[in-house]
Design a binder for this molecule. Structure first.
Ligand SMILES: Cc1cc2nc3c(=O)[nH]c(=O)nc-3n(C[C@H](O)[C@H](O)[C@H](O)COP(=O)(O)OP(=O)(O)OC[C@H]3O[C@@H](n4cnc5c(N)ncnc54)[C@H](O)[C@@H]3O)c2cc1C
Length: 592
């Protein structure tokens, strides 16, 4: 199996040029996160994931996690040991508060680490990812006692967490869930119901699993207004905090899936299990919404991760495989396929989109940090708005691209890509879930047009558009490649603005218009945002080249990538305008 190598130089470039790591390190509480320390963490953790997790990726795919006759779940060979080493190394706690044993680093660093973790082994990465979501929920809404009891072990990774929303009749429509919670005299609750598709619902990586379960209390209002959130541990704790009796819950089966086979996707049965209410009753959906940004950015990053791992593999294969004669190659000799223009097109398309996605995800994460920690309230508000706006783009466009990028990598391999032995097919199968979970991409698109465009009466998207226009303006005054990139960005901005104005004028009054155009609009948002960020990346590269700083070959490649994106990928945004503005008539006229 080809190895994964963490793209540290590319990551560093984004951390230094698209987001402002030194400014984050100047925020109260982040003083220890100085750039050199951060790069050291990324280098070390990248080496760890590549050495310990990446070699198990294939094992996980072929062995799957298995449910045993006694209801316990066994993960693939090597997983418990690799996970134990991850806990020992302290990687799990990097972004969490020091008072619970964490490193107190910005979320941005967690996202950069997640890029490498997921690329190394997506099936295994989901256990820490879900645990992070559960920790985040407890940090924000758990009582002081709940935080003290559960967080220290969850932050280290000794205990893991799950999110239990989905039921057979309640998927996208979470408000349809029926799991019940009945209050007890001692202040606890008894939880009864069935949850499906629960990631790492049971496993052998940790002594305890802290399930966060959405359920309805008696007389709860219907729909999302009547949902409450409960802590339901797999193993109950004794008075002294040690592990006590097994709670009344079990994994009754594991789904057979097309990918992420190592990740046990469990049907969970709760049969009067002891639960503890988080916060107030009937507020569970509000709590979930608050923490969705983090989880959705993480899922968006998986598109970047697998796209990059598949890209690395495709580049290697393209150098090894020889077929036909490339233009200009000597007669009588076959060429490596990397010399054929169409293969180069595939590779450069991948590289450009991967780099755009990395800029987007890191900017999104930085905005979450600034929204949470900046001392100036105005900055906090603006960055929260930006994070809110970017999140459906990171999740929706990021995961759609994940599928497309892994598919392109497979295509570069030709027939060998379709053969499991090369491993590239696994990336394609693994990433296919990402546009579905954590809110399908259809739901992300509806979120964009229904919730995000109307923010501050269209003021948030207007500010965002103004930022793109400003970059295009700066570039148009430059020379050579930068001017060419600026021209394309200005055109894309104009089309994006016209389409956005149409949606604001026609979509808010008539939601049918907005919903019919939502998915092409989200893609347009992604393509243009990617173009804007790569244009900034080109600006930064040119600045350094002019100043004689940095690695000139590396920086010139940044310009090549940005120009290719601006000239060959960015114009695709304009082609989406007719679909965004068509309205629902044709969709409604069709019979199925
Ligand atoms: C491998 C895996 C792991 C998972 N892990 C977890 C987990 O850990 N915890 C958990 O709680 N859940 C988990 N899920 C569940 C996942 O979040 C849901 O599958 C997802 O939310 C979609 O719900 P659904 O499958 O019922 O699809 P549906 O809601 O039935 O959607 C089917 C299609 O209809 C579309 N659609 C639905 N409603 C609308 C609407 N109002 N307007 C427009 N289009 C709509 C959707 O976009 C989709 O294309 C997991 C699922 C899988 C497969």
């Amino acid at each position: 199996m080809p190895d994964y190598s963490a793209p540290l130089d590319d990551m560093r470039f984004v951390l230094e040029n698209i987001v402002d790591l030194p400014a984050l390190a100047a925020l109260p509480g982040f003083e220890h996160a100085d750039p050199e320390m951060v790069h050291g963490i990324l280098e070390e953790s990248g080496r760890f994931f590549a050495q310990e997790f990446a070699p198990l990726n294939r094992v996980g795919d072929t062995q799957h996690s298995r449910r045993n006759d006694d209801g316990s779940v066994t993960t693939p060979d090597g997983f418990p040991r690799a996970y134990a080493r991850y806990v020992e190394a302290g990687w799990a706690g990097v972004p969490f508060p020091a008072e619970y044993g964490g490193g107190g680093f910005p979320w941005l660093i967690a996202i950069a680490m997640q890029e490498m973790l997921t690329a190394s082994n997506m099936g295994l990465s989901l256990c820490p990812l879900l645990t992070q979501g559960a920790i985040d929920m407890l940090l924000h809404y758990g009582s002081e006692e709940q935080r003290e009891v559960y967080l220290p072990k969850m932050v280290t990774g000794e205990w893991t967490g799950t999110m239990n929303l989905t039921e057979p009749q309640a998927g996208s429509d979470v408000g349809a869930l029926t799991t019940k919670a009945v209050p007890q005299d001692d202040g606890t609750w008894r939880i009864t119901g069935q949850k499906i598709f629960i990631t790492y619902g049971d496993h052998d990586l940790a002594d305890n699993i802290i399930h966060l379960v959405l359920a309805r209390v008696p007389d709860a209002p219907p729909g999302t207004k009547g949902i409450s959130c409960f802590i339901v541990p797999k193993v109950l704790l004794a008075e002294d905090g040690s592990l006590g009796e097994r709670n009344s819950l079990e994994c009754v089966s594991i789904e057979q899936k097309m990918g992420i086979n190592a990740s046990p996707t469990c049907v969970m049965a709760y049969d009067g299990a002891v639960g503890y209410l988080i916060g107030e009753a009937n507020q569970g959906m509000r709590y979930m919404f608050k923490m969705m940004n983090n989880a959705r950015v993480s899922v968006g990053v998986s598109g970047l991760s697998l796209g990059d791992r598949a890209y690395q593999q495709a580049v290697e294969y393209a150098h090894e495989r020889r077929q036909g004669r490339a233009p200009g190659a000597p007669a009588g000799e076959s060429s490596p396929i990397v010399d054929h223009p169409d293969v180069r097109r595939m590779l450069l398309t991948m590289r450009a989109q991967i780099e755009a996605l990395r800029c987007l995800a890191y900017l999104n994460a930085e905005s979450l940090d600034l929204a949470a920690r900046h001392p100036d309230e105005e900055v906090r508000t603006r960055r929260q708005e930006l994070a809110d706006l970017l999140t459906p783009i990171t999740k929706g466009w990021g995961t759609d691209l994940g599928v497309e990028l892994t598919s392109l990598a497979l295509q570069v391999h030709g027939g060998m890509g379709y053969i499991e032995e090369t491993g590239v097919a696994q990336h394609y199968r693994d990433i296919r879930i990402a546009p579905i979970y954590e809110g399908t991409n259809g739901i992300q698109a509806m979120d964009m047009v229904g919730r995000k465009l109307p923010m501050r009466a269209g003021g948030v998207i207007a500010d965002f558009l103004a930022g793109i226009e400003a970059t295009a303006g700066e570039l148009s005054g430059a020379d050579g490649d930068l001017a060419a990139i600026g021209k394309r960005l200005a055109d894309a901005h104009a089309g994006f603005k016209t389409t956005t104005d149409w949606l604001l004028a026609n979509g808010l009054a008539d939601p049918g218009n907005a919903l019919a155009g939502a998915t092409p609009y989200l893609r347009m948002c992604g393509i243009v945002t990617g173009g804007w960020l790569l244009a900034r990346s080109a600006q930064a590269a040119q600045r350094q080249l002019d100043a004689g700083e940095g690695d000139a070959d590396f920086l010139r490649q940044k310009l090549v990538t940005a120009k290719f994106y601006a000239e060959q990928l960015l114009p695709q945004a304009a082609g989406l305008a007719p679909a965004v503005t068509a309205g629902p008539a044709d969709l409604q006229a069709a019979t199925f």
